[in-house]
Write a protein that binds this ligand. Structure first.
Ligand code: HEC
Length: 133
């Protein structure tokens, strides 16, 4: 084999290798896009919940809407996170605990009572993150 040909083959090999790495990486990123999107939405609804409970006229209806969304997202998180390997008991247990926090908050009599539940909810987010990430 001539040196030029060997070099060309080597170049082609590098190129194909780089392509494969790139494809693998974007497949991996795509696999994580729905779980990350789910968490981004949870982040959004938590901060909106915090805002609506802190506003002068604590907005009951709105606070409940954000709580409902958080509950639905956490429910979805089960199958969504299972796809990227989060299906061990510790993840599932933290998810149950989070859902229980949401249920407690939803059972609150009024917006001021919901306001006192925001901290435990956000602590429940952190508890899962510390346990599994
Ligand atoms: C039952 C476990 C669990 C609960 C509860 C939970 N998370 Fe997560 N969260 C995770 C895991 C696992 C990841 C890592 C996902 C990944 O690497 O793709 C994550 C990642 C995140 C991220 C980073 C996303 C990114 O782009 O990398 C944010 C922000 C986040 N969570 C916010 C929240 C908020 C806000 C709450 C509560 C309202 C919450 N999470 C509750 C398990 C949980």
């Amino acid at each position: 084999m001539s040196p030029a040909r060997a070099l060309a083959l080597f170049g082609a090999g590098l190129f194909i290798g780089a392509m494969l790495v790139f494809m693998g990486m974007s497949a991996l990123a795509q696999r994580h896009s729905v779980p990350r999107g789910t968490m981004a939405m949870m982040q959004y609804h938590l901060s909106q919940l915090r805002q609506s409970t802190r506003s002068m006229a604590c907005e009951d209806e709105r606070a409940r809407q954000h709580l409902t969304r958080l509950g639905a997202l956490a429910t979805d998180a089960g199958p969504i996170f299972a796809q990227i390997g989060f299906d061990e008991p510790v993840f599932l247990r933290h998810r149950e605990e989070f859902l229980a926090e949401i249920a407690t908050a939803l059972a609150s009599a009024d917006c001021d009572a919901i306001a006192t539940r925001v901290k435990p909810i956000s602590e429940s987010c952190d508890a899962c993150h510390h346990a599994v990430r």
